[in-house]
Design a protein around this ligand. Structure first.
Ligand SMILES: Cc1cc2nc3c(=O)[nH]c(=O)nc-3n(C[C@H](O)[C@H](O)[C@H](O)COP(=O)(O)O)c2cc1C
Length: 353
């Protein structure tokens, strides 16, 4: 079955879910223009998840994907590592004259995808994508019984095979160029850092599922290259960063638009998970301090206040400027216009289906 038929969309182009950047308006704009919009809800409360799904549904009657985080939630971290990190954060707050208050561990709320599944089932979400892991078998069964199509994220061939074995319908092959967090979930070896040109054909050869390419795609040339390498669809994230519907602050958009091919790096500084963003002072300060960075759920919570403050106050040196290696090709304008212009450049003879 063609990917467009499987997902009930006109064009095999997905807007990559981007937590903190993607808004219901962006998802709906892409869906209404014939692509697949993806609503990121990773780590959000069930109430917020529901609110965002309803807000998206109020703007489109087309199908869209809801995107979950499938990471381990039970990993603990030592109080000593948290205290040392808080000392460093306090110094950074002071540098910028930002009021600091020391959070207690009990204030952190970690929501896992298990907390959100009831909402997705209730709202009959037709496409569920996820990253950072595998969904547990009972959840795969529940979603499939309801008729949801499942899309998992792989950053290496072994992860793609595990996703296929777990019963997903489609695999996203996330090359190392991609902006935002690595979807990596196999942690028994070095972090997979395979570029799309190498990753995509190797995953296509290793699994019998449709593969969606993600990482470094931004125009007709790069999208066509992904199709030549065996992709049945493409997922673009950074492409939409500077769009009107993006929640990125003006400082973030400016940093993206003035980036170059070498502006980004992989870092654990902001969240404790490897992610690609535009290098800035916060990344450098945390990395130079050579501390043990607490596990994702903790570090992400510890830096949440600072990241939100920096976005609101346009301080690019403290914002997690998630962006891919080709992010400077993002453009201002309506997400629907950006997508339409890409579709016009592509030779979709047979489309829409
Ligand atoms: C700001 C930002 C946030 C992201 N958040 C998520 C997310 O919540 N879930 C997810 O599966 N992928 C996330 N990604 C990855 C994108 O969905 C997409 O796969 C990636 O951006 C593709 O590479 P590109 O940036 O080179 O286009 C994020 C990417 C960016 C740039």
């Amino acid at each position: 079955m063609k990917l467009t038929t499987q997902l009930a969309i006109a064009y095999p182009i997905l807007q990559g879910p981007m937590l903190g950047v993607t808004t219901p308006a962006m998802v709906a704009a892409v869906a209404n223009a014939g692509g697949l919009g993806s609503l990121p809800v990773g780590g959000l409360s069930p109430e917020k998840t529901h609110e965002l799904i309803l807000a998206t549904k109020s703007k489109t009657d087309k199908p869209f994907a809801v995107n979950l985080f499938a990471h381990e939630t039970s990993v603990s971290t030592s109080q000593a590592d948290i205290d040392t990190m808080l000392n460093l954060l306090e110094a950074i707050y002071e540098d910028y004259g930002i009021p600091f208050s020391r959070p207690a561990l009990t204030e952190f709320n970690f929501y896992s995808y298990q907390d959100q599944i009831e909402v997705l089932l209730h709202e009959q979400i037709p496409i569920v994508s996820f990253t950072f892991g595998l969904l547990e078998p009972a959840v795969v069964d529940q979603l499939k019984q309801q008729g949801s199509t499942l899309i998992g994220t792989a950053t290496c061939v072994r992860e793609a095979i595990l996703l296929e074995e777990s019963g997903v319908d489609i695999v996203v092959a996330q090359g190392v160029e991609a902006g935002g967090h690595r979807g990596t979930f196999l942690t028994d070896g070095p972090l997979p850092q395979v570029g799309s040109l190498s990753l995509l054909p190797q995953i296509v050869d290793a699994v019998s599922l449709p593969v969606i390419a993600a990482g470094g795609l931004f125009d007709a040339r790069t999208v066509k290259a992904a199709f030549v390498l065996g992709a049945e669809g493409v997922q673009l994230g950074s492409f939409f960063l500077a769009s009107d519907e993006s929640a990125a602050s003006e400082a973030y958009k400016t940093a993206v638009l003035s980036a170059s091919d070498t502006s980004t790096a992989l870092t654990r500084a902001f969240s404790g998970r490897w992610a690609r963003g535009i290098t800035n002072r916060f990344m450098e300060q945390v990395e130079q301090a050579t501390l043990t960075i607490p596990y994702y759920t903790y570090q992400n919570s510890l830096t949440a206040g600072l990241r939100a403050y920096a976005q609101q106050n346009n301080i690019p040196e403290l914002i997690s400027l998630w962006a891919g290696q080709s992010a400077s090709n993002s453009r201002r304008g309506k997400a629907s216009d950006l997508l339409r212009s890409l579709i016009e450049q592509l030779d979709f003879d047979q489309e829409p289906v």
